[in-house]
Design a protein around this ligand. Structure first.
Ligand code: XMP
Length: 319
């Protein structure tokens, strides 16, 4: 494995000599890869880098603020935040097919990103947080398209019509090395060790049609689950954990009244490679606490269920 501080120094030197005095644009998602790429490139070229952070309205609770705090306040990186949630919800209206939703979210991201990057005049480079497994995977998927079960839209896949040269400083690193590099660059542990989050975000965790109201409920429920996982020490023992919004109403009782509200499913898995996964055997006491908190604190949810399906045959996400 690399010696990360040395690796960082070397990578910084390479970025400087490649880029010279040019301007660089980077699509920042808040995920580990784009965040580490941003921190590294910023170290190398400072204000020549502009990050574009697209808020699609499908992010987790307070996520946009956290990303902006870390990058603009703590690291002094130039980040343009674009609130495009209105647009995303508009195009998702009436759409319930998972792959169609993915396509819309991916297309809309490219649209918004292109519009914003056009404002950064005479930029020459597009930076991406492509890591080694992505390089291998995309080489394989060209011959293997028919076997794609879910189309993955990440920040990658931006069109060549941008006419920018690609800058991919993490291309030779594995995920654990990217994390190590992130720490060496001073990114907070919570960001570097965060569970993966899909590009389409809550768009594929709200089953069927995506509505703003559903996203609000899901964000709250998900934040409670994640908070309790952290408090109990289970966050690090799971590979990915999240809440899923089921647009189904069931009957409940609350005080003297009858409720008729939505259902949230909790998903927590353990996996090495995300190709196969086991559902996590979370303690009943933890599940009970999360369930009580969600039902008491999130008005509009009156039932919580736990997903006990392995992958295969289920997938990790519900869509
Ligand atoms: P599945 O649901 O296929 O998920 O078992 C495996 C891993 O991939 C993530 N995932 C996605 N990531 N865009 C992404 O960037 C997507 O459309 C997408 N779909 C699934 C999922 O979160 C899990 O880590």
């Amino acid at each position: 494995s690399w010696n990360m501080p040395n690796y960082a120094e070397e990578a910084i030197g390479k970025i400087r000599s490649a880029v010279g005095n040019d301007k660089v644009i980077l699509g920042l998602s808040g995920g580990v890869d784009s965040s580490v790429a941003a921190a590294l490139i910023h170290r190398a070229i400072g204000k020549q880098l502009t990050c574009v952070f697209v808020d699609n309205g499908l992010l987790r609770l307070n996520e946009a603020k956290q990303v902006m705090d870390i990058f603009t306040r703590n690291l002094d990186v130039t980040v343009t935040q674009v609130d495009a949630s209105h647009e995303f919800f508009k195009y998702l209206q009436g759409v319930s097919d998972p792959e169609t939703k993915r396509r819309i979210i991916g297309r809309e991201f490219v649209e918004v990103f292109q519009r914003e990057s056009a404002k950064i005049t005479d930029a020459k480079w597009l930076a991406q947080g492509t890591i080694y497994p992505d390089v291998i995977e995309s080489a394989g998927s060209k011959t293997n398209k028919a076997h794609t079960i879910k189309s993955h839209h990440n920040v990658g896949g931006l069109p060549e019509t941008l006419h920018l040269q690609l800058l991919e400083p993490l291309r030779e690193l594995f995920k654990d090395e990217v994390r190590e590099l992130g720490l060496a660059l001073g990114l907070p542990r919570e960001m570097v060790f965060r569970h993966p989050f899909p590009g389409p975000g809550l768009g594929v965790r709200i089953l069927g049609e995506v509505k703003h109201e559903y996203a609000e409920l899901l964000r709250q429920a998900d934040a409670i689950f994640i908070e309790e996982l952290h408090l109990s020490g289970w966050y690090e023992k799971t590979s990915q954990a999240f809440a899923v919004f089921l647009p189904v109403k069931s009957v409940g009782v609350m005080g003297d009244g009858r409720t008729y509200d939505y259902v949230v499913a909790l998903r927590a898995v353990q996996t090495q490679d995300f190709m196969t996964a086991n559902w996590a055997e979370l303690p009943y006491s933890l599940l009970s606490k999360v369930s009580n908190r969600i039902i008491n604190e999130v008005r509009g949810i009156n039932r919580v269920v736990y997903d006990i399906s392995g992958k295969p045959p289920a997938t990790i996400e519900w869509e």
